[in-house]
Ligand binder design. Structure first.
Ligand code: SF4
Length: 427
């Protein structure tokens, strides 16, 4: 039984009740949104500590944080700290992208501690173990892929990225058309290498029904990955990307037929003026399945500040209809992020998501800003701290720079504009 199957059968699950309460929406409306695939609740039955979160149309835009070891830096305790910091900073989900030592151990400890939905990219573990056991990724076989998927599902993973739409036909388009950055998705590059070496179809695509069986059994939500997402502005919205998206639309329908929850992953690097087009295309081609954008980064030259480039694109994407934003940290394109990079990435992406919620008319989001405005007018610093997206940082600035008069701040001091005119206005 999956959340989707329950929704279609008219059953309101405890997860739906919790999500409806959090979002301040009617639970029957939520169930209907889920029944037609517009909302997912990634909630593996085996993830014991999960507090469920809904993703999709009519709900607040959600934020994902990526953590996980790499082959060059594998300190599991540091990744657990990134998990804690992500949740504390407001991440709605976390993806464990570990490729370092003991991937099983890292995932299990993350799942045991996490109260938010955990996602993975199982092809990473399948490739790492194939390289360890057989010496090269070309020796990967599909049994290995599905073994890893089932193992991760059994452990309680709530959603998995699977690059099912990266077909031989899409690769052919990419080769013929040409690109500057070819393939920048790690999972996409593994699969493309294997497919081009063997001249065979993508196993995720060829054996899609096998994947659906596992997803249905554990209620693992499929995040249909964009292995051919553009890695630079010049490659955005090209034939290969759109071909993959069209395939994902078809695979969405097939998943829904088996009661499997689905969301769609999207670009990547996209110029501002193409973001809305990308959202319209995804929603249209994938029957309004939730859209999970990886950025999008609106410029290629923001190294060191890519979280800002991502927030600009994320805000516009969210306002145009994207449902879920994958964060980017200041370390993007440069190195594995530190704990503080992770925190910074989550907060900046939460600002983008919140700005999008306001633009879409989300009432709780609008109300929070209204309350902040009132607190500012009243020079009510305690309420301002509580409502701030990052109270820790806001409080830190104020405490480090105490004003001479308590009710103002050191920006204008005794010439505080708000205080100056207060007595002349009604409010
Ligand atoms: S001192 Fe200036 S910046 Fe600070 S609260 Fe007053 S008007 Fe705002």
């Amino acid at each position: 039984m999956t959340q989707l199957k329950d929704a279609r059968s008219g059953v309101v699950t405890p997860e739906m009740v919790k999500v409806a309460e959090y979002e301040q929406v009617n639970v029957d409306w939520l169930r209907e949104q889920m029944a037609c695939g517009r909302v997912v609740i990634p909630a593996n039955r085996r993830h014991a500590r999960l507090v469920p979160c809904g993703i999709g149309e009519g709900l607040q835009v959600k934020v994902n944080s990526n953590i996980g070891t790499s082959s060059d830096r594998a300190i599991p305790e540091e990744e657990l700290e990134k998990l804690r910091v992500s949740i504390e900073a407001g991440a709605d989900t976390v993806m464990d992208l570990s490729t370092g030592e003991d991937i099983d151990g890292s995932r299990k400890s993350i799942l045991a501690e996490s109260t938010v939905a955990i996602g993975t990219v199982p092809i990473y573990q399948a490739i790492v173990e194939t390289v360890e056991e057989k010496g090269a990724l070309i020796y990967l076989d599909s049994d290995k892929i599905f073994e890893v998927i089932e193992k991760q599902a059994r452990d309680g993973v709530d959603f998995i990225t699977v690059h099912c739409g990266l077909t031989s036909a899409a690769l052919e388009l990419l080769k013929n058309q040409g690109r500057i950055t070819n393939i920048v998705s790690r999972g996409g590059s593994f699969l493309a290498t294997w497919m081009l070496h063997h001249g065979r179809e993508n196993p995720f695509y060829a054996e899609y029904d096998r994947l659906l069986e596992i997803a249905e059994k554990y209620d693992v939500t499929l995040s249909l990955g964009d292995g051919l997402r553009p890695g630079c502005l010049a490659d955005a919205t090209d034939r290969a990307q759109i071909h993959e998206l069209m395939t994902l639309g078809d695979l969405t329908r097939r998943a829904w037929e088996k009661d499997v929850q689905v969301m769609i992953e999207g670009p990547g690097h996209v110029p501002l003026d193409q973001i809305e087009t990308n959202i319209i295309l995804q929603k249209k081609m994938c029957n309004h399945a939730p859209f999970y954008v990886l950025g999008p980064l609106v410029t290629d030259i923001a190294a060191g500040y890519d979280h800002v480039a991502c927030a600009i694109g994320g805000a516009l994407a969210g306002a145009a209809g994207a449902d879920y934003l994958c964060y980017v940290t200041p370390a993007e394109h440069l190195c594995l992020p530190s704990v503080s990079d992770v925190r910074e990435g989550v907060v900046v992406t939460k600002i983008a998501a919140h700005a999008a919620d306001i633009a879409k008319g989300n009432k709780p989001a609008i109300e929070r800003d209204r309350q902040m405005a009132v607190a500012r007018r009243n020079l009510d610093w305690e309420t301002q701290m509580k409502l701030a997206i990052d109270p820790k940082k806001a409080r830190g600035y104020r405490e480090q720079n105490p004003p001479e008069e308590d009710d103002v701040c050191t920006m204008c001091g005794k010439y505080c504009a708000i205080k100056q005119v207060k007595e002349y206005f009604r409010n």
